[in-house]
Ligand binder design. Sequence first.
Ligand SMILES: Cc1ncc(COP(=O)(O)O)c(C=O)c1O
Length: 408
Amino acid sequence: MRMKDLVGGPMPIAKEIAEMIEKSSWIRKMFDEGAMMKARLGDEAVCDFTLGNPFQEPSHRVINRLRELVLDDASGTHKYMQNAGFPWVREKIAEHLRIETDQSFTPNHLIMTVGAGGGLNVILRAICDPDDDVIITAPYFAEYIFYTANHRARAIVVETDEHFQLIPEKIKEAIGPKTRAVLLNSPNNPSGAVYPEEALAQLGEILREKSSEHNRPIFLIMDEPYRKLLYDGVKVPWVFGYYDQSMVVTSHSKDLNLPGERIGYVAVNPKDQHAEALINAMVLTNRILGFVNAPALFQRLVAELQAEECDMSIYKKNRDILVNGLSDIGYNVISPKGGFYLFPKSPDSDDEKFTEALKEKNILVVPGKGFGRAGYFRVAFCLSTDVCERALLGFREVYKGCGISQKS
Ligand SMILES: Cc1ncc(COP(=O)(O)O)c(C=O)c1O
């Protein structure tokens, strides 16, 4: 059934949700076509770069610890706990954050969440009044638009520069009396950009000034599920030293390869004078959004694994093969500093037409318009290296077809 039939039709679906389905119908179309293509040609024949779903399994350490925990039948193991999560788990994470950030984290600054996605919804529900503005930067993680709408807030989109770095002045211009938060993602999906200390420091200045001008705190929310997925010795600075009204939301979907298990947390800056009120609000929103608490088993698992490093060897190999291969062909691509996505310029200014042409070569990528920046495309390289190598021929043929002269 076409979505047109749903909007205003007899189907019992909320108008706003029907419109969201309509708006994101190209995502569904892309996944449906990809699935059909794989069914027709076999998984091996399709180079599917559409999903940010890590192909690697959790490490042996993670699996072995999980085995031990499953066999632990101490009483109370599977019961509800405080909505913020097990106190001892939060203490373990607080301990890790104290070492990492030099800030005085306690369990009372933390709430365990159903992944970063759950955490973002818990935060936005707690801080947004209807029609509040949440500033995001393009290109953005597409779900931000829906998450803000979930809580009757408006996403205000501000562009980044040609290297996908923040333009603090532009963020400043976008701030008004309704601005409740600035939501940033570093390392960035889809661009791979990491925001340096100077950018956070500048932004902190701006937010202090604007919060006092409008007489309401503007929160800085850092969404950091790719914090440990880094290249070239780059480090992701912690925001806490630059702005008191800040929080970090993260998960172990990508660094421990556990996206299906839905485990993450929100950390509120201990220096935020409203920290207690914020955590209390999030305890409530975690409950009333129906999450109740983050999965007990996985809270217990990740408590012990905060210092675990992420094996970047395959991602680095994939990144280099694709960045070098695509650049040699002539694509304009910035090498990502973190995460596992590339966001090259589409050689055809119509990114949808370009992704359609790639599809003819059995290569699936996502058009940039889905991330708020048309004229680009996203390649998720969290898959096996041979797929990256295989795809280069198709990328070359489609590039040639776009009628742009290649580099030598
Ligand atoms: C930028 C960003 N934020 C949040 C999420 C949600 O991650 P989680 O699986 O932790 O909900 C993702 C997932 O791809 C992401 O890319």
